[in-house]
Design a protein around this ligand. Structure first.
Ligand code: FES
Length: 118
């Protein structure tokens, strides 16, 4: 089911926006390149809204204390314990195959954003 959730202009002003689509909590995120992504607005750890977190650049490292910025990766950081999720895939940076957030297909049509939820 494809549902209009907000206008692109509304999203552009805020960078992210919490919406409800077919009774599902969804966070809409605008990347630096202008693309739009939709993720379930619930952290898989303890459940707070990811929309209350910050958007930041992704960072990786081979061991504790080593940080390498990955410019193509943007993350949504949970406001409670700072788990980071790639906004494109919903995968966590620390365990991408095991810990992830559901993502939804997004389209932008005539200045409006639509999310497909099943
Ligand atoms: S509740 Fe989100 S990282 Fe812990």
């Amino acid at each position: 089911m494809k549902i209009r959730v907000c206008s692109y202009a509304e999203l552009e002003a805020e960078g992210k926006r919490a919406v409800v689509a077919d009774r599902k909590a969804v966070v809409i995120v605008r990347a630096r390149d202008g693309r739009v992504y939709a993720l379930r607005d619930v952290c898989p750890h303890k459940g707070p809204c990811l929309s209350a977190g910050m958007i930041d650049r992704g960072c990786a490292g081979e061991r504790v204390g080593v940080y390498v910025y990955e410019p193509e990766v943007e993350v949504l950081r949970c406001p409670w314990h700072s788990w980071e999720f790639d906004i494109r895939t919903g995968r966590s940076l620390f365990a991408p195959e095991r810990v992830k957030v559901k993502t939804y297909p997004v389209t932008v049509e005539d200045g409006d954003i639509y999310v497909e939820v099943q």
